[in-house]
Structure formats: structure tokens, C-alpha cells
Design a binder for this molecule. Structure first.
Ligand SMILES: NC(=O)c1ccc[n+]([C@@H]2O[C@H](COP(=O)([O-])OP(=O)(O)OC[C@H]3O[C@@H](n4cnc5c(N)ncnc54)[C@H](OP(=O)(O)O)[C@@H]3O)[C@@H](O)[C@H]2O)c1
Length: 256
């Protein structure tokens, strides 16, 4: 359907050096978007940019540390210089502290996870909104990559699950407050998909039992996220804001 196409849309993606962000960048470029990829490992970003360009897409890579406001502003500035006003921001960068409980983490673990997964989304939303206003853009679109751990989790995901619970709530509060700038804010909440964030659990001795608890009896594939991502990034979701799209094989319907 035409409304799902992304021609003439400029989309920036944080955490695009691996996992979801790496995958999303090519999916969005293939749907017609000009994509700007950000993360700390610039070698991986540049490799992905080269692949997208080789496939006929338009892409730019910029070093980005989402914990640093100057780095966020530089990322958005470079994106605008290259392609013009930004239509969609995808807050995807995220980290785990390892399989730790609240008794096992220290203050440095807390700050590392909260600054990367949560504070960054607010900093990015604020910097992006300033640009939407300055450019007199007709609107904007923010997609936060949350997680089903925002509502249901297992022991040993502290403070990751706390950060995702707050990120989902932030999505709703931002949607309320950003509507006056005609900026839509939605979240994608994936279940478990094998990446560096989930490897510890999905490659553990408990993995088979854990996967058995997912109604669809499998973990997700990257491609399971493509349709929901294109919905949120495109005009097909023009009346959606404050929504959380859960893509988890039914996992949150069962006890985790
Ligand atoms: N995998 C799952 O099962 C699952 C499920 C639900 C939600 N998620 C969420 O999906 C998102 C992507 O994670 P993933 O599973 O794809 O894991 P991943 O492969 O480890 O990707 C994480 C990405 O975040 C980037 N990143 C980390 N710290 C950063 C920082 N300070 N500044 C900029 N980029 C930073 C990393 O790049 P650099 O290290 O190069 O900076 C990397 O590209 C995360 O928000 C995660 O919580 C994952």
C-alpha cells in the first residue's frame, strides 16, 4: 500500500551498528527513506552505510553517543545538513547491565543503563522538537524502541526492565505534550529476539524452557518487526500517537 512507503522521508536511527538498528536501517532504506545511522562503533556504521548505498539506497553514518547531549545535537545537525529536515527519529540504542538483580548492580550499572535507554530518549526528543519548531516543519515522528519487559519481566533484568517501563510511560507522556508541535510519539515493544542484548538469556541453559513459555513457541526474527516498524514510520499511522505496538508471539499473554 502506498501509505506505507517512505519516499522523501528522512529517518535517523540510534544504535544502528548492530541488532535491530542495523536491520531497521536497510528495511527503511528499501522502503524509500534516506537514513542516518548513529552509534559509537563507526566502523560498523560505515559498513552498513556502504551496503545500503550499494543496494541503491541513500544513507549517512555519524558517530553518536546517546548519553551525550552535544553528540545528539551533532547527529541531528549532520543529518539535516545531508538530507534536510528530519521526518522520523528512532530511539533504538539500548544496553543491558547483564543478568543482575537490584542487589547485584551498583550505581555505575544504574547510570549506564538509565542514561543509555531512558535519558537519551528525552534528550533526543527535546533536541528534535527544537529543530521541528525552528524549521517550521509540518510535523514530526518519534519511535521509541521499548520492550515487553516494560510490563512483564523475569528476575535479573534490573535496571533494564525499569528503564523500559519508564520508556513506555515516557512515550505516552511525550505523545501528550508533543502533539502541540504535531509530533507523533509511539513505541515498538518487541519480545525476545537474539541480539547482544538478549544473548545471555537466549543462549543459556534455561533458553528452551523459556521459549516454551512463549505461546508461539519461538523467539522473534528481525523480519517480524518490519511491518510494525513501517506502520509507525510511515503516514499509515498518521492518527496514531501514544501507542505501544507489542510484537512478541503472545509472550505477555503468558506468565514469563
Ligand atoms: N534483542 C531483544 O530481544 C530486544 C527485545 C526488546 C527490545 N530490545 C531493544 O532493542 C534495542 C536494540 O537492541 P538490540 O537487541 O538490537 O541489541 P544490540 O545489537 O546490542 O544493539 C544495541 C545498539 O545500541 C547501540 N548503543 C549502545 N550504547 C550506545 C550509546 N551510548 N550511544 C549510541 N548507541 C549506543 C549499540 O551501538 P554501539 O555499541 O556501536 O554504540 C548497538 O548498535 C534496544 O533498545 C533493546 O533494549 C531488544
Amino acid at each position: 500500500m502506498e501509505t506505507f512507503r517512505l519516499e522523501n522521508k528522512n529517518i535517523v536511527i540510534t544504535g544502528a551498528s548492530s541488532g535491530f538498528g542495523h536491520h531497521f536501517s536497510a528495511v527503511l532504506a528499501k522502503a524509500g527513506a534516506r537514513v542516518v545511522l548513529g552509534a559509537r562503533r563507526i566502523d560498523k556504521i560505515e559498513a552498513r552505510v556502504a551496503e545500503i548505498r550499494a543496494a541503491g539506497g541513500e544513507a549517512l553514518g555519524v558517530t553518536l553517543d546517546v548519553r551525550n547531549n552535544d553528540s545528539i545535537n551533532n547527529f541531528l545537525e549532520r543529518a539535516e545538513q545531508a538530507f534536510g529536515p528530519i521526518d522520523v527519529v528512532i530511539n533504538n540504542a539500548g544496553v543491558q547491565a547483564g543478568a543482575k538483580t537490584y542487589m547485584m548492580i551498583d550505581a555505575a550499572d544504574w547510570d549506564f543503563v538509565m542514561e543509555t535507554n531512558l535519558k537519551s530518549a528525552w534528550l533526543m526528543a527535546k533536541a528534535y522538537t527544537e529543530r521541528v519548531v525552528k524549521n517550521a516543519q509540518p510535523g514530526g515522528n518519534i519511535i521509541n524502541i521499548s520492550s515487553i519487559t516494560d510490563t512483564r519481566t523475569i528476575k535479573g533484568q534490573f535496571p533494564y526492565a525499569v528503564s523500559k517501563g519508564a520508556l513506555t510511560r515516557m512515550t505516552e507522556v511525550l505523545a501528550l505534550e508533543a502533539a502541540k508541535y504535531r509530533i507523533r510519539v509511539n513505541a515498538l515493544a518487541p519480545g525476545y529476539i537474539l541480539t547482544d542484548v538478549s544473548r545471555l538469556l537466549l543462549e543459556s541453559d534455561h533458553a528452551a524452557e523459556f521459549i516454551n513459555g512463549i505461546p508461539m513457541r519461538r523467539v522473534g526474527e528481525f523480519s517480524d518487526l518490519d511491518g510494525p516498524l513501517l506502520l509507525l514510520a510511515s503516514d499509515a499511522s498518521s492518527y496514531m500517537t501514544g501507542s505501544v505496538l507489542v510484537v512478541d508471539g503472545g509472550h505477555i499473554c503468558a506468565s514469563l
